[in-house]
Design a protein around this ligand. Sequence first.
Ligand code: SF4
Length: 317
Amino acid sequence: MMKLSYSQISCYKTCPMQYRLRYVEGRETPPNASLSFGKSVHAALEWLYSVPTPHPATLEELTDYLEECWIPEGFASPEEEARYFFQARSTLELYYRRNVLETDEPFRIPAGLEHKFRVDLGFCALSGVIDRLDRSPEGAFEIIDYKTNRRLPPISRLRQDLQLPIYQIAAKKIWDVPVARVTFHYLIHDQKVSFIISPERESEALSEIERVSGCIDRCEFDPEKNNLCPWCDFLDECALMRGTPSRKGSVAAPPLEIGQAVDEYITATHRLENATTRLDGLRSIITSYLESGQALHVSGSLGTASLEENGVLLIEP
Ligand code: SF4
């Protein structure tokens, strides 16, 4: 049975040829800065809600985790990466302030988190990941999709978008729960845009998914010119658009206040100093143990330590 996700349906609707190259032929697309930024912020928020504690992690722990889960791929330069990293950190700070510190609501673990699904629609299997499913104390369910776009799209476009209807259809099949509303949460602006998806809108969405799956089944893969062509990964091999100057990599990195860079530099220096002190302490503990002659080498789960003939500590992963 054909498997389709929201991204694939959206790709097909934008340009069938691009769909064929990406999903039928499986062409690799190079990593890009916005994608790495978005995935890293999603991973940090997933972590915030999956730490097994009655109290939320602190903001510092959250931003520390961002460093751990940061995806350093697709950036044109270290400076561009730093700008995206600052933006990710301030996005999480804003989220934490508004949704953990400044809210009267108690910290609650969502009913569903980064839930991967695959549901059978009869004509195709629909797959995807629901970022979050919330259940209010009154029992109402809300599907939330985090967005890391820098610009808020017009409401009319969001109303027509298939993503939230798809998630509502999937959630009803997976959890068999009534969904009260569906929400796009634009994290950079901390703006939520919510909709109620009527049964009619669900049917329209299902018809649209069936139409797209039928077109794919019949191998209808003609190129279709659209606003995103200048950023297309396959511009050079597209008969319709070959010769158009590519604008890939031309998206400006997020703005950065120079004061923010100074603060980050100072914070990073403190972290480095703390890490160096800790490294010295650990080196001294391991060296003393080995020098006592209790063992020739000692192992942790990540590597082994021993002393070279000249007494220098050697750590091998
Ligand atoms: S350049 Fe435009 S028309 Fe050509 S494959 Fe890419 S998206 Fe489609």
